[in-house]
Structures are given as structure tokens and as C-alpha cells.
Design a protein. Structure first.
Ligand SMILES: Cc1cc2nc3c(=O)[nH]c(=O)nc-3n(C[C@H](O)[C@H](O)[C@H](O)COP(=O)(O)OP(=O)(O)OC[C@H]3O[C@@H](n4cnc5c(N)ncnc54)[C@H](O)[C@@H]3O)c2cc1C
Length: 329
């Protein structure tokens, strides 16, 4: 089959790789300039910093095995940092599960999986047109692509819903609310006084503090941190200016460290308007219209993590296999 895959994050890159390995002709569309989606990093004049998913916990045995295979291929490394939680009573050890990072940056596995696959970056698919022979894809600049036998959309649920709902209203049951997250990278002139490089915080402003320089395979002098602001704060402050965000981050950090923090040498911020689904208690699974040969899937299908993106991509691969079997006369 000729398959269009929308989105070159973890789910889309994995789907593209697996469909290509099954012998399908795959074309990948990505609205950003690069691959990785929410597993991304920013290369700055003062260093390279992960701004999306900071770490990949593997709670599922099969996914853990996959992570180890990627480690063997040099695409990932185990990160032995002991995660901590912080609340008003202080620091505690967090659940100890195997955890990894992709190296040298979080988008590395997406880059590797999509090598050799036809990829259009900087192309936002704006709508799909059904034809007797399959699907035509249109972008924001009124360019058309196709015809495709099947389309897989791996964008976050709200974007997927906007793109596919008119073509396949029956695929979507219910709503999924998503939350924003500010990520702020700070380079300090001295070490922060925190007891570990990975702290999940129950704080009204911050939800996670990560020492980027502590991760395996990164350059740096140990003083580059990414602060993840909690979803409520981020949602209420999407318009906050850079100075305001830095002030709020440093105040919260001082609160958590219980002492003044070192001076900031450099900073960079990114707002994830669609960071994660509000609740992952009842994820919808992957959405499939076998008859129309449309699939919608992402981390949101089964959770809200890199692990759930991997699991969703596996299910997409099986669905594509059964669609391909159906097309054989
Ligand atoms: C701040 C933050 C912290 C996180 N922390 C963790 C963590 O610690 N551990 C963990 O496991 N996970 C974490 N996650 C979640 C993790 O990043 C995601 O689960 C995973 O990256 C999702 O991959 P995906 O491919 O399903 O979606 P995405 O990465 O969102 O990929 C979808 C892609 O589709 C593209 N796209 C969207 N619409 C279109 C269109 N119309 N046309 C073309 N392209 C389009 C987007 O640009 C994007 O690249 C975090 C996420 C964020 C934002």
C-alpha cells in the first residue's frame, strides 16, 4: 500500500519505520522543521537542551526490552539518576523504574527510524480529500500529495480531531482535553543545591526539574537545567513574557532549594500548548476506520508517554497489516 503518515514524532516515526519494513511505500509529513515532535531538543549557542520529554521511563517489560535494543544500537542510554519527588515536606525517593534517554538528544531515535523514508518537513497537512482511488492530502500552501491507499495521523488528539473529524466522524467518541506546559532551560554559573538531577515537584508553579547536563551523552558543565512548569500554571500564563516566566521559575526554585539560586547565564523557553492529555485514566485506544483506511493514533491512544507512543505504533502496524491483507484480491 502507499501510506501517508502525518507527524514525525515517536508514534509517526515508529509507524513509518515499521510500515516501510513491511514493504509499504511510506510518505511522512511533519509540520515542524525537524523530527521528534514532543521528544525534542533545542540547539543553542550556549548548548543543546532537551525541551520536551526529558526522560523515558520503561514500566512495561516489552518496552524496556525495546529500549535496551536501542541502547545496543547506540541510540539510547540508561540514565542511572535516582528520581526524587519534592513536596512541602521535602525530598523523597520516587518510584525506581528503568529509565533512559536518547543520545545525543531526545529526537535521535526518530531521526534514525525515519532514515531513508520520504519525508516532507515544514508541511502542515490541512485537509484530506477522499477520492475513489484513495486519499489526497492538501497542505497550508494548497499543495496536494497522493493518492494514498491509507492515512495514519499521529498528531496530538485535538489536532487529529480537527483534521479527520469531517472525513470520519464515527471514529471519534467523546472529547480529550489537553494541557499546556512551559519548559524553561536555564544555564547557571554554579551548581544548584538540589539532592538529585531529576526532581518531580508538587509545587504550585513547577512540576519537574531536570539537570540536562547530567544525562548520558550530553555536553555541558553540569549547570544546565530544564524547568517544567505545572499544567495549571502554564495554562493560566500562556501569555507570560520571558522575564515574568524566569522570575516565576527562579522564585519556585528558591522555594524548593530553600536557598538563593546561582546567577542565570543563559535562558531559553518553549510553550507546549498541547503537552499532554488532561487525564489518561480512560485513553481511547487507536482509532481505526478499516473501510476508509484511516487510522488516528498517538501517545494519547494508550497513555501520555513515550512508552504509550511505542505501544500505539505497534497497534497501528497490526491494523495496517490487516488493511493490506484486505486489499489483496
Ligand atoms: C513538556 C513535556 C514533558 C514530557 N515528559 C515526558 C517524560 O518525562 N516521559 C515520557 O515518556 N513522556 C513525556 N512526555 C510525553 C512525550 O513527549 C510524548 O508522549 C511523545 O513524545 C508523543 O509522541 P507522539 O509521536 O505520539 O506525538 P508528538 O510528539 O506530538 O508528534 C506528533 C507530530 O505531529 C506533527 N503534526 C501535528 N499536526 C500536523 C499536521 N497537520 N501536519 C503535519 N504534522 C503535524 C507535530 O509537529 C509532531 O511532530 C512529555 C511531553 C512534554 C510536552
Amino acid at each position: 500500500m502507499k501510506i501517508a503518515i502525518i507527524g514525525a514524532g515517536m508514534t509517526g516515526s515508529l509507524c513509518a519505520h515499521q510500515a516501510n519494513a513491511q514493504g509499504h511505500q511510506v510518505v511522512l509529513f511533519e509540520k515542524s522543521r525537524g523530527r521528534g515532535g514532543r521528544c525534542t531538543h533545542k540547539r543553542l549557542s550556549w548548548g543543546s537542551v532537551d525541551m520536551g520529554a526529558p526522560v523515558v521511563p520503561a514500566t512495561d517489560a516489552d518496552f524496556n526490552h525495546q529500549m535496551q535494543l536501542w541502547c545496543d544500537q547506540g541510540l539510547a542510554q540508561s540514565w542511572p539518576a535516582k528520581p526524587l519527588t519534592w513536596d512541602a515536606n521535602g525530598f523523597k525517593a520516587d518510584r525506581d523504574v528503568p529509565q533512559y534517554v536518547f543520545v545525543p538528544a531526545m529526537n535521535q531515535v526518530c531521526k534514525s527510524l525515519t532514515q531513508g523514508i520520504q519525508l516532507h518537513t515544514g508541511v502542515r497537512v490541512s485537509h484530506l480529500q477522499p477520492l475513489d482511488s484513495g486519499w489526497l492530502l492538501w497542505d497550508d500552501d494548497h499543495n496536494k500529495y497522493g493518492v494514498f491507499d491509507a492515512v495514519v495521523c499521529t498528531a496530538p488528539w485535538p489536532q487529529t480531531h480537527a483534521l479527520l473529524h469531517d472525513n470520519a466522524p464515527g471514529m471519534f467518541v467523546g472529547e480529550q482535553q489537553w494541557q499546556a506546559c512551559w519548559a524553561l532551560a536555564l544555564a547557571f554559573d554554579a551548581p544548584l543545591s538540589l539532592p538529585g538531577p531529576l526532581v518531580r515537584a508538587k509545587h504550585p508553579v513547577l512540576q519537574c526539574l531536570v539537570n540536562n547536563s547530567d544525562k548520558p551523552g550530553r555536553d555541558g558543565d553540569g549547570n544546565v537545567w530544564t524547568l517544567y512548569f505545572n499544567h495549571e500554571f502554564s495554562q493560566q500564563h500562556v501569555d507570560l513574557d520571558e522575564g515574568g516566566l524566569i522570575r516565576a521559575g527562579l522564585e519556585a526554585l528558591t522555594d524548593i532549594c530553600q536557598q538563593p539560586v546561582p546567577s542565570v547565564l543563559h535562558h531559553y523557553r518553549h510553550l507546549w500548548r498541547l503537552a499532554r492529555p488532561l487525564s489518561t485514566e480512560q485513553p481511547p485506544g487507536i482509532l481505526v476506520s478499516q473501510q476508509q483506511r484511516l487510522i488516528a493514533a498517538g501517545d494519547w491512544s494508550l497513555g501520555a508517554s513515550v512508552q504509550s507512543a511505542w505501544q500505539a505504533a505497534k497497534q497501528v502496524t497490526s491494523s495496517l497489516q490487516s488493511m493490506a491483507v484486505e486489499t489483496v484480491p
